[in-house]
Design a protein around this ligand. Sequence first.
Ligand SMILES: [Zn+2]
Length: 264
Amino acid sequence: MAKRKQKPNFWDRGNPPARYDIAVLRPKNLAKGKRFETIKDSNQESLRSEQSLPFAKLNRSTLRDYLQECRDGAYHCYQTFCPRCARTFRRWFISELLRTTEDQKSVHMATVLLEAAPSDKIDALDPNRYKARLRKDLQEAGLGDSPVVGGFEMIYRARDRQWILHINLVIVGATEKALTKFQESYDDSAIDRPVVKVPVKDRAEQLSYVLKFTTYHRPYKQTGSGKSQAMSLNAREHHALVKWMSRFEFQDMMLSYGRKLVTG
Ligand SMILES: [Zn+2]
Protein backbone atom coordinates (compact mmCIF):
# COMPACT_ATOMS: atom_id res chain seq x y z
CA MET A 1 0.00 0.00 0.00
CA ALA A 2 1.35 3.42 -0.93
CA LYS A 3 1.97 5.74 1.99
CA ARG A 4 -0.41 8.53 2.95
CA LYS A 5 1.13 11.81 1.91
CA GLN A 6 0.53 15.35 3.04
CA LYS A 7 2.62 17.31 0.55
CA PRO A 8 0.72 17.91 -2.71
CA ASN A 9 1.92 15.71 -5.51
CA PHE A 10 3.02 17.24 -8.83
CA TRP A 11 -0.34 16.51 -10.42
CA ASP A 12 -2.23 18.06 -7.52
CA ARG A 13 -1.16 21.69 -7.80
CA GLY A 14 -4.17 23.53 -9.14
CA ASN A 15 -6.35 23.41 -12.23
CA PRO A 16 -4.89 23.35 -15.74
CA PRO A 17 -5.33 26.36 -18.08
CA ALA A 18 -8.91 26.39 -19.44
CA ARG A 19 -8.01 25.24 -22.95
CA TYR A 20 -6.38 22.11 -21.53
CA ASP A 21 -8.93 21.58 -18.78
CA ILE A 22 -11.21 18.63 -19.47
CA ALA A 23 -13.59 19.86 -16.75
CA VAL A 24 -14.15 22.97 -18.92
CA LEU A 25 -14.20 21.09 -22.25
CA ARG A 26 -16.60 18.40 -21.01
CA PRO A 27 -18.54 20.48 -18.47
CA LYS A 28 -20.82 19.35 -15.69
CA ASN A 29 -24.04 20.26 -17.51
CA LEU A 30 -23.46 17.35 -19.94
CA ALA A 31 -24.96 13.95 -19.20
CA LYS A 32 -23.08 11.49 -17.06
CA GLY A 33 -20.71 9.56 -19.31
CA LYS A 34 -20.33 12.63 -21.55
CA ARG A 35 -19.09 15.05 -18.92
CA PHE A 36 -15.80 14.83 -17.11
CA GLU A 37 -16.71 13.34 -13.75
CA THR A 38 -17.74 15.99 -11.22
CA ILE A 39 -16.65 15.88 -7.57
CA LYS A 40 -20.19 14.73 -6.79
CA ASP A 41 -19.85 11.89 -9.35
CA SER A 42 -16.53 10.90 -7.77
CA ASN A 43 -17.99 10.95 -4.27
CA GLN A 44 -20.86 8.71 -5.38
CA GLU A 45 -18.43 6.32 -6.99
CA SER A 46 -16.21 6.35 -3.90
CA LEU A 47 -19.18 5.46 -1.71
CA ARG A 48 -20.31 2.72 -4.06
CA SER A 49 -16.83 1.23 -4.06
CA GLU A 50 -16.53 1.44 -0.28
CA GLN A 51 -19.85 -0.29 0.21
CA SER A 52 -18.81 -3.31 -1.80
CA LEU A 53 -15.46 -3.72 0.00
CA PRO A 54 -15.13 -6.02 3.02
CA PHE A 55 -14.68 -4.73 6.58
CA ALA A 56 -11.21 -5.32 8.02
CA LYS A 57 -10.26 -7.23 11.08
CA LEU A 58 -10.00 -5.30 14.35
CA ASN A 59 -7.59 -2.34 14.51
CA ARG A 60 -6.42 -2.57 10.94
CA SER A 61 -6.73 0.20 8.47
CA THR A 62 -8.61 -0.82 5.40
CA LEU A 63 -9.18 0.11 1.82
CA ARG A 64 -12.55 1.39 3.00
CA ASP A 65 -10.89 3.86 5.39
CA TYR A 66 -8.96 5.57 2.61
CA LEU A 67 -12.11 6.14 0.62
CA GLN A 68 -14.11 7.40 3.56
CA GLU A 69 -11.39 9.64 5.02
CA CYS A 70 -10.56 11.14 1.63
CA ARG A 71 -14.26 11.88 1.08
CA ASP A 72 -14.40 13.53 4.50
CA GLY A 73 -11.63 15.84 3.31
CA ALA A 74 -9.19 14.92 6.09
CA TYR A 75 -6.41 14.48 3.54
CA HIS A 76 -5.82 13.48 -0.06
CA CYS A 77 -5.19 9.75 0.07
CA TYR A 78 -3.50 9.59 -3.39
CA GLN A 79 -4.67 6.02 -3.85
CA THR A 80 -5.31 4.99 -7.44
CA PHE A 81 -8.56 3.31 -6.39
CA CYS A 82 -9.88 6.55 -4.87
CA PRO A 83 -12.25 8.19 -7.40
CA ARG A 84 -11.66 11.65 -5.89
CA CYS A 85 -7.88 11.46 -6.22
CA ALA A 86 -8.18 9.73 -9.61
CA ARG A 87 -10.26 12.69 -10.79
CA THR A 88 -7.47 15.11 -9.84
CA PHE A 89 -4.80 12.95 -11.45
CA ARG A 90 -6.88 12.47 -14.62
CA ARG A 91 -7.51 16.20 -14.90
CA TRP A 92 -3.73 16.77 -14.92
CA PHE A 93 -3.04 13.78 -17.19
CA ILE A 94 -5.70 14.72 -19.77
CA SER A 95 -4.39 18.31 -19.77
CA GLU A 96 -0.97 16.92 -20.73
CA LEU A 97 -2.56 14.86 -23.53
CA LEU A 98 -4.39 17.93 -24.83
CA ARG A 99 -1.18 19.95 -24.71
CA THR A 100 0.84 17.22 -26.44
CA THR A 101 -1.68 16.80 -29.26
CA GLU A 102 -2.54 20.47 -29.79
CA ASP A 103 -2.36 21.55 -33.48
CA GLN A 104 -1.07 18.11 -34.50
CA LYS A 105 -2.42 16.64 -37.74
CA SER A 106 -1.77 12.99 -37.08
CA VAL A 107 -2.89 11.70 -33.68
CA HIS A 108 -3.71 8.04 -33.13
CA MET A 109 -4.78 5.96 -30.23
CA ALA A 110 -3.57 2.36 -30.05
CA THR A 111 -4.90 -0.08 -27.49
CA VAL A 112 -2.47 -2.90 -26.76
CA LEU A 113 -3.69 -5.94 -24.84
CA LEU A 114 -0.57 -6.96 -22.93
CA GLU A 115 -1.31 -9.96 -20.76
CA ALA A 116 -4.21 -11.99 -19.42
CA ALA A 117 -4.57 -13.71 -16.06
CA PRO A 118 -7.31 -15.90 -14.54
CA SER A 119 -9.76 -14.17 -12.19
CA ASP A 120 -7.88 -15.29 -9.04
CA LYS A 121 -4.43 -14.31 -10.38
CA ILE A 122 -4.68 -10.56 -10.89
CA ASP A 123 -1.48 -9.99 -8.89
CA ALA A 124 0.55 -11.65 -11.65
CA LEU A 125 -0.05 -8.55 -13.79
CA ASP A 126 2.24 -5.55 -13.37
CA PRO A 127 2.37 -2.53 -15.69
CA ASN A 128 5.92 -1.69 -14.68
CA ARG A 129 7.14 -4.86 -16.34
CA TYR A 130 5.92 -3.63 -19.74
CA LYS A 131 7.37 -0.16 -19.89
CA ALA A 132 10.79 -1.11 -21.26
CA ARG A 133 9.29 -3.43 -23.87
CA LEU A 134 6.79 -0.85 -25.06
CA ARG A 135 9.52 1.77 -25.44
CA LYS A 136 11.63 -0.70 -27.40
CA ASP A 137 8.72 -1.67 -29.67
CA LEU A 138 7.93 1.99 -30.33
CA GLN A 139 11.57 2.69 -31.11
CA GLU A 140 11.93 -0.28 -33.44
CA ALA A 141 8.75 0.62 -35.29
CA GLY A 142 10.29 3.98 -36.15
CA LEU A 143 8.22 5.91 -33.63
CA GLY A 144 11.32 7.12 -31.81
CA ASP A 145 10.65 10.75 -32.66
CA SER A 146 6.90 10.67 -32.01
CA PRO A 147 5.65 11.82 -28.65
CA VAL A 148 3.70 8.96 -27.07
CA VAL A 149 1.69 9.15 -23.86
CA GLY A 150 -0.20 6.17 -22.53
CA GLY A 151 -2.22 4.84 -19.66
CA PHE A 152 -2.36 1.27 -18.33
CA GLU A 153 -5.74 -0.14 -17.41
CA MET A 154 -7.12 -3.42 -16.18
CA ILE A 155 -10.25 -4.87 -17.67
CA TYR A 156 -12.25 -7.88 -16.60
CA ARG A 157 -13.77 -10.25 -19.11
CA ALA A 158 -16.53 -11.94 -17.19
CA ARG A 159 -17.21 -14.39 -20.00
CA ASP A 160 -13.66 -15.79 -19.83
CA ARG A 161 -13.20 -15.05 -16.09
CA GLN A 162 -10.00 -13.24 -17.01
CA TRP A 163 -8.21 -10.02 -16.17
CA ILE A 164 -6.50 -8.30 -19.05
CA LEU A 165 -3.85 -5.66 -18.58
CA HIS A 166 -3.78 -3.25 -21.49
CA ILE A 167 -2.43 0.14 -22.39
CA ASN A 168 -4.01 2.95 -24.38
CA LEU A 169 -1.30 4.83 -26.24
CA VAL A 170 -1.72 8.26 -27.79
CA ILE A 171 0.79 8.52 -30.62
CA VAL A 172 1.49 11.88 -32.24
CA GLY A 173 2.79 12.45 -35.75
CA ALA A 174 3.23 8.78 -36.70
CA THR A 175 3.17 7.51 -40.27
CA GLU A 176 0.77 4.71 -41.19
CA LYS A 177 3.79 2.53 -41.95
CA ALA A 178 5.30 2.98 -38.48
CA LEU A 179 1.94 2.33 -36.81
CA THR A 180 1.49 -0.88 -38.78
CA LYS A 181 5.01 -1.97 -37.89
CA PHE A 182 4.28 -1.32 -34.22
CA GLN A 183 1.06 -3.32 -34.52
CA GLU A 184 2.93 -6.21 -36.15
CA SER A 185 5.36 -6.47 -33.25
CA TYR A 186 2.46 -8.04 -31.31
CA ASP A 187 1.54 -10.59 -33.99
CA ASP A 188 2.88 -13.45 -31.85
CA SER A 189 0.67 -12.51 -28.90
CA ALA A 190 -1.44 -15.22 -27.25
CA ILE A 191 -4.29 -12.71 -27.05
CA ASP A 192 -6.69 -12.29 -29.94
CA ARG A 193 -6.46 -8.91 -31.77
CA PRO A 194 -3.80 -7.55 -29.40
CA VAL A 195 -3.54 -4.10 -31.01
CA VAL A 196 -6.43 -1.93 -32.13
CA LYS A 197 -5.68 1.53 -33.48
CA VAL A 198 -7.99 4.40 -34.26
CA PRO A 199 -7.40 7.99 -35.37
CA VAL A 200 -8.15 10.63 -32.76
CA LYS A 201 -10.81 12.94 -34.19
CA ASP A 202 -12.52 14.38 -31.14
CA ARG A 203 -9.64 15.04 -28.78
CA ALA A 204 -11.65 16.04 -25.70
CA GLU A 205 -13.83 12.95 -25.96
CA GLN A 206 -11.25 10.34 -26.92
CA LEU A 207 -8.39 11.59 -24.77
CA SER A 208 -10.60 11.54 -21.70
CA TYR A 209 -10.80 7.73 -22.05
CA VAL A 210 -7.06 7.04 -22.23
CA LEU A 211 -6.56 6.49 -18.52
CA LYS A 212 -9.45 5.71 -16.21
CA PHE A 213 -9.43 4.23 -12.74
CA THR A 214 -12.87 2.75 -12.75
CA THR A 215 -13.85 -0.54 -11.18
CA TYR A 216 -16.57 -1.31 -13.68
CA HIS A 217 -16.42 -3.74 -16.51
CA ARG A 218 -17.99 -3.50 -19.93
CA PRO A 219 -19.11 -6.98 -20.92
CA TYR A 220 -20.21 -6.01 -24.42
CA LYS A 221 -17.15 -4.18 -25.67
CA GLN A 222 -13.63 -4.68 -24.43
CA THR A 223 -11.27 -2.59 -26.52
CA GLY A 224 -10.95 0.73 -28.25
CA SER A 225 -12.14 4.10 -27.15
CA GLY A 226 -15.90 3.66 -27.46
CA LYS A 227 -18.29 3.46 -24.57
CA SER A 228 -20.66 0.65 -23.83
CA GLN A 229 -22.75 -0.21 -20.83
CA ALA A 230 -20.72 -0.29 -17.61
CA MET A 231 -21.61 -2.92 -15.03
CA SER A 232 -20.44 -3.30 -11.46
CA LEU A 233 -18.03 -6.13 -10.80
CA ASN A 234 -19.19 -8.63 -8.26
CA ALA A 235 -17.80 -8.14 -4.74
CA ARG A 236 -14.97 -10.65 -5.06
CA GLU A 237 -13.57 -9.21 -8.30
CA HIS A 238 -14.14 -5.67 -7.08
CA HIS A 239 -12.08 -6.34 -3.96
CA ALA A 240 -9.32 -8.06 -5.97
CA LEU A 241 -9.12 -5.12 -8.35
CA VAL A 242 -9.07 -2.46 -5.61
CA LYS A 243 -6.37 -4.39 -3.73
CA TRP A 244 -4.35 -4.66 -6.93
CA MET A 245 -4.74 -0.92 -7.60
CA SER A 246 -3.59 -0.15 -4.04
CA ARG A 247 -0.15 -1.59 -4.89
CA PHE A 248 0.54 1.18 -7.39
CA GLU A 249 1.06 4.91 -7.50
CA PHE A 250 -0.66 7.00 -10.17
CA GLN A 251 2.63 7.43 -12.04
CA ASP A 252 2.98 3.64 -12.37
CA MET A 253 -0.12 3.66 -14.54
CA MET A 254 1.26 5.99 -17.16
CA LEU A 255 3.90 5.82 -19.85
CA SER A 256 5.47 8.77 -21.55
CA TYR A 257 7.94 8.54 -24.35
CA GLY A 258 9.70 11.26 -26.33
CA ARG A 259 7.81 13.90 -24.43
CA LYS A 260 8.56 15.65 -21.19
CA LEU A 261 5.34 16.16 -19.28
CA VAL A 262 4.81 19.30 -17.23
CA THR A 263 5.08 18.10 -13.68
CA GLY A 264 4.72 21.23 -11.61
ZN1 LIG B 1 -8.31 10.01 -2.28
